[in-house]
Design a binder for this molecule. Structure first.
Ligand SMILES: [Ca+2]
Ligand SMILES: [Ca+2]
Length: 203
């Protein structure tokens, strides 16, 4: 019944992730030179989250690299790779992450993989569905193939309030490039809003 309440988004996207997919997530191929960050620019209304690595703490599943090893949320069941973009949020709403690459192709729950190696490996549904791990996380990663040089844009969309747990929602978002944190930001979203939080360039 809860699935029906959230129909329209479809049920065959994020639900298809498998244990075998998760298990391959954490190795960066040694033969591939990782990309490097050229620039990263958040929109003016985004709050930059300071990165304090003088006292690393245990990792929790919150879209922040708490233990300061350059991997966002390691151990949470979704992956890193040559590049990783992770979003988390603080209500039961369903928030979606969109990453558009240099060719203009957009990765999201609707298109969870590209031939170039980008993949959405976790797409949380908030409280729109029951019994899924990390329901307030979206994660995108690049494995196997080096991400294309060029401009990437990261958007977040407030898809739905789900049961009764939505309302204004704070979204936290981190970008890791070549196992270094490029930036970490917070932005509030209202129901239905879609905002480009950050744009970055890699080569
Ligand atoms: Ca980490
Ligand atoms: Ca974390």
């Amino acid at each position: 019944m809860l699935l029906l309440a959230c129909s329209g988004r479809g049920v065959d996207g994020p639900a298809t992730e498998t244990a075998s997919e998760v298990s391959e997530t954490n190795d960066v191929p040694s033969v591939v030179e990782p990309p490097t960050l050229v620039s990263i620019v958040p929109i003016a209304t985004a709050e930059q989250i300071p990165r304090d690595c003088s006292n690393p703490v245990e990792e929790s599943c919150n879209a922040i690299d708490d233990d300061c090893d350059g991997v966002i949320d390691d151990g949470c069941g979704y992956g890193t790779g040559l590049m990783q973009v992770t979003a988390s949020w603080d209500t039961g709403a369903d928030i979606d992450l969109y990453v558009t690459g240099p060719l203009g192709d957009t990765l999201s729950f609707q298109r969870p993989a590209t031939p170039s190696g980008a993949r959405v490996d976790h797409s949380g549904r908030g409280e729109c569905v029951g019994d899924m791990p990390n329901p307030q996380i979206e994660n995108v990663r690049w494995v196997g193939t080096r991400p294309m040089d060029g401009i990437y844009e990261v958007e977040v969309h407030y898809w739905g309030e789900c049961v009764s747990s939505g309302g204004p929602t704070n979204v936290t978002m981190s970008v890791a490039i070549g196992r270094r944190i490029a930036g970490q930001y917070r932005h509030s979203l209202l129901p239905g809003e879609r905002i480009r939080v950050v744009r970055f360039v890699v080569q």
